[in-house]
Design a protein around this ligand. Sequence first.
Ligand code: TTP
Ligand code: MG
Length: 353
Amino acid sequence: MIDAHTNVRKLLHVDLDAFFAAVEELDHPELAGKPIAVANDHRRGILTTCNYPARAFGLHSAMPVFQAKARCPGLILMPPRFERYKAMSESVFKILRTYSRRIEPVSIDEAYLDVTSHPEDAVLIAESLRSEVLDLTGLSISVGISYNKFFAKLASDWQKPHGIFQITPDDVPDLLAPLPVRKIHGLGRTGAQALERFGITTIGDLYAVERPVLERLLGKQGDAIYRYIRGRDDRPVEVSHERKSIGMERTFSEDLTTRAALAALIPGFSKRLSDALKKRHLVARTFHLKLKTSAFKLITRSHSLPDATSDAERIEALESLMLDAVEIEAPIRLFGVSASNLSDEDVRQLRFF
Ligand code: TTP
Ligand code: MG
Protein backbone atom coordinates (compact mmCIF):
# COMPACT_ATOMS: atom_id res chain seq x y z
CA MET A 1 0.00 0.00 0.00
CA ILE A 2 1.13 3.50 -0.74
CA ASP A 3 0.77 5.67 2.34
CA ALA A 4 2.23 8.60 4.19
CA HIS A 5 4.64 6.43 6.12
CA THR A 6 6.70 5.30 3.18
CA ASN A 7 8.72 7.52 0.90
CA VAL A 8 6.33 6.79 -1.93
CA ARG A 9 4.35 9.79 -3.06
CA LYS A 10 0.59 9.74 -3.67
CA LEU A 11 -0.13 11.95 -6.68
CA LEU A 12 -3.38 12.52 -8.53
CA HIS A 13 -3.80 13.88 -12.03
CA VAL A 14 -7.28 15.27 -12.55
CA ASP A 15 -8.57 15.92 -16.07
CA LEU A 16 -12.07 17.04 -16.99
CA ASP A 17 -13.91 14.92 -19.54
CA ALA A 18 -14.65 16.57 -22.91
CA PHE A 19 -14.46 19.80 -20.97
CA PHE A 20 -15.80 22.58 -23.24
CA ALA A 21 -18.42 20.23 -24.71
CA ALA A 22 -19.43 19.06 -21.23
CA VAL A 23 -20.10 22.67 -20.18
CA GLU A 24 -22.24 23.18 -23.28
CA GLU A 25 -24.21 20.01 -22.48
CA LEU A 26 -24.67 21.18 -18.93
CA ASP A 27 -25.99 24.57 -20.05
CA HIS A 28 -28.16 23.04 -22.79
CA PRO A 29 -29.65 19.89 -21.24
CA GLU A 30 -31.81 19.32 -24.32
CA LEU A 31 -28.60 18.44 -26.23
CA ALA A 32 -27.51 15.67 -23.85
CA GLY A 33 -26.51 12.48 -25.63
CA LYS A 34 -26.30 14.14 -29.06
CA PRO A 35 -22.96 14.62 -30.84
CA ILE A 36 -21.66 18.09 -29.95
CA ALA A 37 -18.49 19.89 -30.94
CA VAL A 38 -17.29 23.29 -29.74
CA ALA A 39 -16.07 25.41 -32.64
CA ASN A 40 -16.88 28.49 -34.65
CA ASP A 41 -18.73 27.48 -37.77
CA HIS A 42 -16.19 29.05 -40.15
CA ARG A 43 -14.92 27.66 -43.39
CA ARG A 44 -11.51 27.17 -41.83
CA GLY A 45 -12.65 26.54 -38.24
CA ILE A 46 -11.29 23.64 -36.17
CA LEU A 47 -12.85 21.79 -33.23
CA THR A 48 -11.63 22.81 -29.78
CA THR A 49 -13.14 19.56 -28.55
CA CYS A 50 -16.21 17.36 -28.91
CA ASN A 51 -18.26 15.15 -26.60
CA TYR A 52 -17.98 11.38 -26.45
CA PRO A 53 -20.99 10.68 -28.74
CA ALA A 54 -19.18 12.77 -31.39
CA ARG A 55 -15.93 10.90 -30.74
CA ALA A 56 -17.75 7.68 -31.67
CA PHE A 57 -17.75 9.11 -35.24
CA GLY A 58 -13.98 9.62 -35.11
CA LEU A 59 -14.12 13.31 -34.28
CA HIS A 60 -11.40 14.87 -32.12
CA SER A 61 -9.80 18.15 -31.00
CA ALA A 62 -8.14 20.15 -33.77
CA MET A 63 -10.14 18.45 -36.53
CA PRO A 64 -11.31 20.87 -39.26
CA VAL A 65 -15.01 21.70 -38.98
CA PHE A 66 -15.78 20.71 -42.58
CA GLN A 67 -14.27 17.28 -42.01
CA ALA A 68 -16.15 16.83 -38.72
CA LYS A 69 -19.45 17.69 -40.41
CA ALA A 70 -18.76 15.21 -43.18
CA ARG A 71 -18.00 12.41 -40.74
CA CYS A 72 -20.88 13.16 -38.41
CA PRO A 73 -23.88 14.57 -40.30
CA GLY A 74 -26.02 15.29 -37.19
CA LEU A 75 -23.19 17.19 -35.47
CA ILE A 76 -24.25 20.15 -33.33
CA LEU A 77 -21.70 22.96 -33.38
CA MET A 78 -21.58 25.29 -30.38
CA PRO A 79 -19.53 28.50 -30.52
CA PRO A 80 -16.87 28.64 -27.76
CA ARG A 81 -17.61 30.65 -24.58
CA PHE A 82 -14.21 30.88 -22.94
CA GLU A 83 -15.35 33.06 -20.03
CA ARG A 84 -17.86 30.43 -19.01
CA TYR A 85 -15.27 27.63 -19.26
CA LYS A 86 -12.82 29.65 -17.18
CA ALA A 87 -15.45 30.17 -14.45
CA MET A 88 -16.33 26.47 -14.42
CA SER A 89 -12.64 25.56 -14.28
CA GLU A 90 -12.22 27.81 -11.25
CA SER A 91 -15.16 26.15 -9.48
CA VAL A 92 -13.57 22.75 -10.04
CA PHE A 93 -10.10 23.88 -8.89
CA LYS A 94 -11.70 25.34 -5.77
CA ILE A 95 -13.02 21.89 -4.89
CA LEU A 96 -9.63 20.32 -5.65
CA ARG A 97 -7.97 22.77 -3.29
CA THR A 98 -10.07 21.51 -0.40
CA TYR A 99 -8.41 18.10 -0.89
CA SER A 100 -4.83 19.30 -1.00
CA ARG A 101 -2.97 22.53 -0.70
CA ARG A 102 -0.30 20.96 -2.86
CA ILE A 103 -1.98 21.52 -6.19
CA GLU A 104 -0.51 22.47 -9.56
CA PRO A 105 -2.98 23.56 -12.23
CA VAL A 106 -1.45 22.74 -15.61
CA SER A 107 -4.17 23.88 -17.98
CA ILE A 108 -7.78 25.06 -17.90
CA ASP A 109 -8.95 21.50 -17.29
CA GLU A 110 -6.15 19.60 -15.56
CA ALA A 111 -4.20 19.69 -12.33
CA TYR A 112 -1.81 17.60 -10.29
CA LEU A 113 -2.49 17.08 -6.59
CA ASP A 114 -0.05 15.75 -4.05
CA VAL A 115 -2.10 13.90 -1.42
CA THR A 116 0.81 12.06 0.20
CA SER A 117 -0.14 13.48 3.59
CA HIS A 118 -3.72 12.18 3.43
CA PRO A 119 -4.05 9.05 5.53
CA GLU A 120 -6.81 7.69 3.29
CA ASP A 121 -6.24 5.40 0.35
CA ALA A 122 -5.67 7.36 -2.88
CA VAL A 123 -8.48 5.54 -4.68
CA LEU A 124 -10.97 6.60 -2.00
CA ILE A 125 -9.76 10.20 -2.26
CA ALA A 126 -10.17 10.06 -6.05
CA GLU A 127 -13.69 8.61 -5.76
CA SER A 128 -14.70 11.27 -3.29
CA LEU A 129 -13.24 13.99 -5.50
CA ARG A 130 -15.00 12.67 -8.59
CA SER A 131 -18.42 12.55 -6.94
CA GLU A 132 -17.99 15.92 -5.24
CA VAL A 133 -17.05 17.62 -8.52
CA LEU A 134 -20.03 16.00 -10.25
CA ASP A 135 -22.46 16.90 -7.46
CA LEU A 136 -21.32 20.50 -7.07
CA THR A 137 -20.60 21.46 -10.69
CA GLY A 138 -22.32 18.85 -12.88
CA LEU A 139 -19.00 18.10 -14.60
CA SER A 140 -17.29 14.76 -14.98
CA ILE A 141 -13.61 14.21 -14.26
CA SER A 142 -11.15 11.36 -14.69
CA VAL A 143 -8.46 10.79 -12.11
CA GLY A 144 -5.08 9.13 -12.51
CA ILE A 145 -3.23 7.96 -9.41
CA SER A 146 0.42 7.11 -9.17
CA TYR A 147 3.72 7.70 -7.40
CA ASN A 148 4.97 10.17 -9.99
CA LYS A 149 3.57 12.81 -12.33
CA PHE A 150 4.28 10.95 -15.56
CA PHE A 151 2.31 7.86 -14.55
CA ALA A 152 -0.48 9.87 -12.88
CA LYS A 153 -1.04 11.70 -16.17
CA LEU A 154 -0.97 8.46 -18.13
CA ALA A 155 -3.43 6.92 -15.65
CA SER A 156 -6.01 9.72 -15.90
CA ASP A 157 -6.34 8.94 -19.61
CA TRP A 158 -6.63 5.19 -19.06
CA GLN A 159 -10.35 4.87 -18.38
CA LYS A 160 -11.75 8.12 -19.67
CA PRO A 161 -14.47 9.34 -19.31
CA HIS A 162 -15.34 9.34 -15.59
CA GLY A 163 -12.57 6.86 -14.89
CA ILE A 164 -10.22 6.31 -11.98
CA PHE A 165 -7.06 4.35 -12.61
CA GLN A 166 -3.95 3.70 -10.54
CA ILE A 167 -0.45 2.74 -11.65
CA THR A 168 1.65 1.21 -8.87
CA PRO A 169 5.37 0.33 -8.92
CA ASP A 170 4.37 -3.34 -9.39
CA ASP A 171 2.67 -2.47 -12.69
CA VAL A 172 5.96 -1.46 -14.26
CA PRO A 173 6.88 -2.56 -16.89
CA ASP A 174 4.20 -5.13 -17.85
CA LEU A 175 1.14 -2.89 -17.73
CA LEU A 176 2.77 -0.18 -19.82
CA ALA A 177 4.38 -2.37 -22.47
CA PRO A 178 1.36 -2.61 -24.82
CA LEU A 179 0.67 1.17 -24.77
CA PRO A 180 1.21 2.99 -28.08
CA VAL A 181 4.05 5.54 -27.93
CA ARG A 182 1.50 8.22 -28.94
CA LYS A 183 0.21 8.07 -25.36
CA ILE A 184 3.47 9.48 -24.01
CA HIS A 185 2.82 13.02 -22.91
CA GLY A 186 5.34 15.50 -24.22
CA LEU A 187 6.40 13.37 -27.15
CA GLY A 188 4.03 15.10 -29.54
CA ARG A 189 3.11 13.88 -32.96
CA THR A 190 6.56 14.46 -34.46
CA GLY A 191 8.31 12.57 -31.66
CA ALA A 192 5.89 9.65 -32.01
CA GLN A 193 6.39 9.61 -35.78
CA ALA A 194 10.18 9.66 -35.36
CA LEU A 195 9.89 6.51 -33.24
CA GLU A 196 7.32 4.83 -35.44
CA ARG A 197 9.61 5.23 -38.45
CA PHE A 198 11.99 2.86 -36.69
CA GLY A 199 9.26 0.37 -35.88
CA ILE A 200 8.98 1.55 -32.28
CA THR A 201 5.22 1.67 -31.83
CA THR A 202 4.67 0.63 -28.20
CA ILE A 203 6.26 1.43 -24.86
CA GLY A 204 7.36 -2.22 -24.84
CA ASP A 205 9.38 -1.52 -28.01
CA LEU A 206 10.76 1.56 -26.32
CA TYR A 207 12.07 -0.44 -23.34
CA ALA A 208 14.36 -2.25 -25.77
CA VAL A 209 15.95 1.01 -26.99
CA GLU A 210 19.13 2.04 -25.20
CA ARG A 211 19.43 5.48 -23.74
CA PRO A 212 21.99 6.94 -26.21
CA VAL A 213 19.91 5.71 -29.13
CA LEU A 214 16.78 7.30 -27.68
CA GLU A 215 18.66 10.55 -27.21
CA ARG A 216 19.73 10.45 -30.82
CA LEU A 217 16.13 9.86 -31.94
CA LEU A 218 14.41 12.37 -29.67
CA GLY A 219 17.12 14.83 -28.71
CA LYS A 220 17.24 16.11 -25.14
CA GLN A 221 13.80 14.70 -24.43
CA GLY A 222 15.10 11.18 -25.01
CA ASP A 223 16.81 11.03 -21.65
CA ALA A 224 13.68 12.13 -19.75
CA ILE A 225 11.47 9.64 -21.57
CA TYR A 226 14.00 6.86 -20.97
CA ARG A 227 13.69 7.53 -17.23
CA TYR A 228 9.94 8.28 -17.10
CA ILE A 229 8.76 5.04 -18.72
CA ARG A 230 10.77 3.21 -16.05
CA GLY A 231 9.02 5.13 -13.28
CA ARG A 232 11.95 7.44 -12.57
CA ASP A 233 10.30 10.82 -12.34
CA ASP A 234 10.80 12.87 -9.20
CA ARG A 235 9.37 16.15 -10.52
CA PRO A 236 7.49 17.75 -7.62
CA VAL A 237 3.94 19.06 -7.77
CA GLU A 238 4.76 22.75 -8.14
CA VAL A 239 2.59 24.80 -5.86
CA SER A 240 2.46 28.36 -7.10
CA HIS A 241 0.62 30.23 -4.37
CA GLU A 242 1.03 28.57 -1.06
CA ARG A 243 -1.26 29.97 1.52
CA LYS A 244 0.50 32.08 4.13
CA SER A 245 -2.24 32.29 6.72
CA ILE A 246 -5.76 31.20 7.44
CA GLY A 247 -8.32 32.80 9.68
CA MET A 248 -11.76 34.17 10.28
CA GLU A 249 -13.19 37.39 11.65
CA ARG A 250 -16.54 38.95 12.37
CA THR A 251 -17.77 42.52 12.47
CA PHE A 252 -20.63 43.05 14.92
CA SER A 253 -23.78 45.02 14.22
CA GLU A 254 -23.54 46.23 17.82
CA ASP A 255 -20.17 46.79 19.48
CA LEU A 256 -19.14 44.43 22.26
CA THR A 257 -18.30 46.22 25.46
CA THR A 258 -17.25 43.55 27.94
CA ARG A 259 -14.31 41.19 28.15
CA ALA A 260 -16.74 38.37 28.96
CA ALA A 261 -18.59 38.90 25.67
CA LEU A 262 -15.30 38.63 23.78
CA ALA A 263 -14.12 35.65 25.80
CA ALA A 264 -17.36 33.86 24.96
CA LEU A 265 -16.45 34.03 21.26
CA ILE A 266 -13.15 32.23 21.64
CA PRO A 267 -14.29 28.56 21.82
CA GLY A 268 -16.40 28.82 18.65
CA PHE A 269 -13.77 30.72 16.64
CA SER A 270 -11.01 28.36 17.81
CA LYS A 271 -13.06 25.36 16.72
CA ARG A 272 -13.69 26.90 13.30
CA LEU A 273 -10.00 27.71 12.88
CA SER A 274 -9.07 24.19 13.93
CA ASP A 275 -11.59 22.72 11.45
CA ALA A 276 -10.28 24.94 8.63
CA LEU A 277 -6.72 23.77 9.29
CA LYS A 278 -7.68 20.10 9.55
CA LYS A 279 -9.74 20.22 6.38
CA ARG A 280 -6.65 21.38 4.50
CA HIS A 281 -4.35 18.96 6.33
CA LEU A 282 -2.41 21.85 7.77
CA VAL A 283 -0.91 22.64 11.13
CA ALA A 284 0.21 26.07 12.36
CA ARG A 285 2.86 27.32 14.73
CA THR A 286 1.72 30.93 15.14
CA PHE A 287 -1.72 32.10 16.21
CA HIS A 288 -3.12 35.61 16.12
CA LEU A 289 -5.88 37.55 17.81
CA LYS A 290 -7.28 40.68 16.18
CA LEU A 291 -9.63 43.26 17.63
CA LYS A 292 -10.82 46.53 16.19
CA THR A 293 -12.35 49.23 18.36
CA SER A 294 -15.38 51.29 17.41
CA ALA A 295 -12.87 54.06 16.65
CA PHE A 296 -11.14 51.68 14.16
CA LYS A 297 -8.05 51.23 16.29
CA LEU A 298 -6.50 47.87 15.49
CA ILE A 299 -5.24 45.69 18.35
CA THR A 300 -3.33 42.53 17.46
CA ARG A 301 -1.56 39.89 19.51
CA SER A 302 0.27 36.81 18.36
CA HIS A 303 1.98 33.87 19.92
CA SER A 304 4.20 31.14 18.47
CA LEU A 305 4.34 27.58 19.74
CA PRO A 306 7.43 25.37 19.77
CA ASP A 307 5.54 22.81 17.67
CA ALA A 308 2.75 23.12 15.13
CA THR A 309 -0.84 22.20 15.93
CA SER A 310 -4.40 22.21 14.64
CA ASP A 311 -5.91 21.15 17.95
CA ALA A 312 -9.00 23.19 18.91
CA GLU A 313 -8.34 23.10 22.66
CA ARG A 314 -4.76 24.30 22.30
CA ILE A 315 -5.84 27.08 19.98
CA GLU A 316 -8.60 28.08 22.41
CA ALA A 317 -6.17 28.18 25.35
CA LEU A 318 -3.73 30.31 23.36
CA GLU A 319 -6.36 32.76 22.11
CA SER A 320 -7.70 33.12 25.68
CA LEU A 321 -4.23 33.95 26.97
CA MET A 322 -3.81 36.59 24.28
CA LEU A 323 -7.20 38.11 25.06
CA ASP A 324 -6.30 38.23 28.79
CA ALA A 325 -3.25 40.31 27.88
CA VAL A 326 -5.30 42.96 26.06
CA GLU A 327 -6.79 45.91 27.85
CA ILE A 328 -10.34 46.47 26.69
CA GLU A 329 -10.67 50.25 26.86
CA ALA A 330 -13.17 50.87 24.10
CA PRO A 331 -16.14 49.09 22.52
CA ILE A 332 -15.04 46.40 20.07
CA ARG A 333 -16.58 46.19 16.59
CA LEU A 334 -14.46 43.40 15.08
CA PHE A 335 -13.07 40.15 16.43
CA GLY A 336 -10.84 37.71 14.56
CA VAL A 337 -8.46 34.78 14.97
CA SER A 338 -5.93 33.44 12.51
CA ALA A 339 -3.04 31.03 12.11
CA SER A 340 0.24 31.42 10.25
CA ASN A 341 3.57 29.59 9.91
CA LEU A 342 1.61 26.84 8.23
CA SER A 343 2.97 23.47 7.33
CA ASP A 344 1.58 20.20 6.03
CA GLU A 345 0.26 17.78 8.59
CA ASP A 346 2.66 15.04 7.45
CA VAL A 347 5.70 17.23 8.17
CA ARG A 348 4.59 17.37 11.77
CA GLN A 349 4.08 13.61 11.87
CA LEU A 350 7.57 12.99 10.53
CA ARG A 351 9.02 14.92 13.42
CA PHE A 352 7.42 12.49 15.84
CA PHE A 353 8.72 9.32 14.19
P1 TTP B 1 -8.39 18.12 -23.20
O1 TTP B 1 -8.36 17.72 -21.78
O2 TTP B 1 -7.26 17.70 -24.08
O3 TTP B 1 -9.71 17.52 -23.89
P2 TTP B 1 -11.17 17.35 -23.32
O4 TTP B 1 -11.27 17.75 -21.90
O5 TTP B 1 -12.12 18.06 -24.25
O6 TTP B 1 -11.42 15.79 -23.50
P3 TTP B 1 -10.86 14.58 -22.62
O7 TTP B 1 -12.07 13.90 -22.06
O8 TTP B 1 -10.13 13.72 -23.61
O9 TTP B 1 -9.96 15.15 -21.59
O10 TTP B 1 -8.54 19.68 -23.33
C1 TTP B 1 -9.33 20.46 -22.46
C2 TTP B 1 -10.05 21.56 -23.19
O11 TTP B 1 -9.11 22.39 -23.86
C3 TTP B 1 -10.99 21.04 -24.27
O12 TTP B 1 -12.29 20.77 -23.75
C4 TTP B 1 -10.98 22.16 -25.25
C5 TTP B 1 -9.63 22.81 -25.11
N1 TTP B 1 -8.76 22.41 -26.24
C6 TTP B 1 -8.63 23.25 -27.36
O13 TTP B 1 -9.23 24.32 -27.38
N2 TTP B 1 -7.86 22.82 -28.39
C7 TTP B 1 -7.19 21.63 -28.42
O14 TTP B 1 -6.51 21.28 -29.40
C8 TTP B 1 -7.32 20.78 -27.26
C9 TTP B 1 -6.59 19.47 -27.22
C10 TTP B 1 -8.10 21.21 -26.21
MG1 MG C 1 -9.87 17.02 -20.50
